[in-house]
Design a protein around this ligand. Structure first.
Ligand SMILES: *Cc1c(COP(=O)(O)O)cnc(C)c1O
Length: 428
C-alpha cells in the first residue's frame, strides 16, 4: 500500500519515509521475535485471569474503607500469578514507582539494618528515599545504613565486591533491572538470577528486592521467576498497559507483601483496606494489554536505535543488542539536536502536539531538562516520550509508544526535524 501520502499529511517527506522503510526491512526478524514474546506473555496474563476467575463483579467500584473489594483482591491474585509469586500488592494508593519502592524498602528494614545496592547508584529519586542525598523522612533518618557495589566496567556483577559488602547487619539487597538514566547496560533476567543465587549462597536470609521499572514483559520471565523476594514497579509504565491512570505494584513472598501492606496502609489494617473507586476495570484491562503495548514500545526503541546508529550517532543499546528494558538512549551531541529530536516526538503526539517543549530546571537535576510528552495519562512513560538533560554529551532518552505505529511516526518526525534543521543528512 502506498502510505507516502498520509505520511506527507503528517509532515514526513518521501525521503524520510523511505529511509525508515529501508531500515525496517532489515528488522523483520527482530520484530517477529518481539511478537513471539508478546504472544507468550499475552497467554500468561490471560491464563492468570482465567485461573483467578476474573468476572464482571470485579469491576464494581468501591469507596470508603474498601472492605471486601473483590476487584482489588482478585487483581492482586492475578499479579501474583503473572509474576509467579505467593502474593502481590497492587494499589492506586501507591502513587508511583518511587513510592512502591519506598514502601518495599521501608517495610522490610528496621533501625540498625543495612541495605546494599549491588547494581551501583540507584535511580535518582531513590537517593532521597534511602538518604544518599539528605532528605526528610529518608531511611537514613531511621538509622538504616546503605552500601553500594558498582557493576564492573563490562556491566557484570562484582561478586568479590558483593561478598565484601554484605555484613552481619545486612538485611536487604537491592537490584535495579533497568539502567534508568545511566549509561551502564540494563540487566537481563538471566544475569539477575545468577546474582540472586550468588547472594543466597553467601546468606540465605537476606531479602532481595528488584526494581523492575521498564522491564515488565520485555522477556518471558520476570525477576520473581529467578528468586527475587520482591519485584517492584510502576503502573504508569509497562504493566499498566497505558490504561492505568496511577499506581504501583509489589509482587513477592507472602511475608514481604504482608509487611509492605502494613507499611502502606497501617499496622493492623494491611491489605484489608484501600478503596479502588472506579479503577479496577482499567487496571485489569491495562494489564491485559501490557504485553502487546510493551512490544510496541520495544519495536520503537529498536527502530530508533537502527536509524540513529546508521546516521552515525552513538546509541545505547546498539542496533543489534538484546533488549532488557524499553529505554533507548541516543547521544545527539548538541543542544540544538536534542531540542529538534524532542520537538519531533512532541509534534507527533495525539495530545498537546501543538506545544513546543522547552528545557527547564527540574528539581533534583543539575542541568535544565527538556521533555517531550503528549500523553493521555500525565507523566506516563509507557506512552511515547523523550527527555534529555541539556549538558554534554547531549543524549536523549526515549521510551514508550502505546502502538508501534505511533512510535514509528514519532521517530520519523524526530528524524524529519533533524533533517529540516540540517543536523543530519539522509542522502549521503
Ligand atoms: C521510573 C523509574 C523509577 C521511579 O518511578 P516513578 O514512577 O517515576 O516514581 C524507579 N526506578 C527506575 C529504574 C525507573 O525507571
Amino acid at each position: 500500500m502506498d502510505k507516502t501520502g498520509i505520511y506527507e499529511k503528517c509532515g514526513i517527506s518521501k525521503e524520510v519515509y523511505e529511509f525508515g522503510e529501508k531500515i525496517l526491512y532489515n528488522l523483520r526478524d527482530r520484530f517477529s521475535g518481539i511478537d513471539e514474546t508478546a504472544e507468550y506473555n499475552q497467554l500468561k496474563v490471560i491464563n492468570a485471569m482465567r485461573q483467578c476467575r476474573v468476572s464482571e463483579a470485579c469491576f464494581t467500584p468501591s469507596s470508603g474503607y474498601g472492605y471486601n473489594d473483590i476487584g482489588r483482591d482478585t487483581l492482586e491474585k492475578v499479579y501474583a500469578k503473572v509474576f509467579s509469586t505467593e502474593d502481590a500488592l497492587v494499589r492506586p494508593q501507591m502513587t508511583c514507582g518511587t513510592h512502591a519502592l519506598s514502601v518495599a524498602l521501608s517495610s522490610q528494614l528496621r533501625p540498625g539494618d543495612n541495605m546494599v545496592s549491588i547494581t551501583g547508584k540507584p535511580y535518582d529519586t531513590l537517593e532521597e528515599v534511602i538518604g544518599i542525598r539528605k532528605s526528610v523522612g529518608s531511611l537514613s533518618e531511621y538509622g538504616i545504613t546503605y552500601s553500594q557495589v558498582d557493576l564492573k566496567a563490562d556491566g557484570s556483577f562484582d561478586l568479590e565486591g558483593i561478598k565484601a559488602a554484605i555484613r552481619p547487619e545486612t538485611r536487604l539487597v537491592a537490584i535495579q533491572r533497568s539502567k534508568g538514566y545511566q549509561t551502564r547496560p540494563s540487566l537481563s533476567v538471566g544475569s539477575i538470577g545468577e546474582a540472586i543465587r550468588y547472594v543466597r549462597s553467601l546468606r540465605d536470609d537476606i531479602i532481595i528486592m528488584v526494581d523492575n521499572c521498564y522491564g515488565e514483559f520485555v522477556d518471558t520471565v520476570e525477576p520473581s521467576d529467578v528468586g527475587a523476594d520482591m519485584t517492584v514497579g510502576s503502573l504508569i509504565k509497562n504493566p499498566g498497559g497505558g490504561l492505568a491512570p496511577m499506581g504501583g505494584y509489589i509482587a513477592g513472598k507472602k511475608e514481604c507483601i504482608e509487611k509492605a501492606a502494613y507499611r502502606l496502609t497501617s499496622p493492623g489494617l494491611g491489605k484489608e483496606v484501600g478503596a479502588t473507586l472506579d479503577l479496577n476495570r482499567t487496571l485489569f484491562m491495562g494489564l491485559f494489554l501490557a504485553p502487546t503495548v510493551t512490544a510496541s514500545a520495544l519495536k520503537g526503541a529498536i527502530f530508533a536505535a537502527n536509524i540513529y546508529e546508521k546516521l552515525g550517532f552513538s546509541v545505547i543499546p546498539n542496533s543489534t543488542e538484546k533488549r532488557c528494558d524499553i529505554i533507548q538512549a541516543v547521544t545527539l551531541g548538541s543542544e540544538r539536536a536534542v531540542r529538534a529530536f524532542c520537538e519531533g516526538i512532541q509534534s507527533a503526539a495525539p495530545v498537546d502536539s501543538h506545544l513546543t517543549p522547552e528545557p527547564w530546571d527540574m528539581p533534583g537535576y543539575d542541568s535544565p531538562v527538556i521533555m517531550a510528552a503528549g500523553a493521555f495519562v500525565s507523566g506516563s512513560s509507557i506512552e511515547l516520550s523523550a527527555d534529555g538533560p541539556i549538558k554534554p554529551p547531549y543524549a536523549v532518552y526515549f521510551q514508550g509508544g502505546l502502538t508501534w505505529q505511533h512510535a514509528k511516526l514519532g521517530i520519523l518526525t524526530s528524524l524529519q526535524k533533524l533533517c529540516d534543521e540540517k543536523i543530519v543528512d539522509i542522502y549521503i
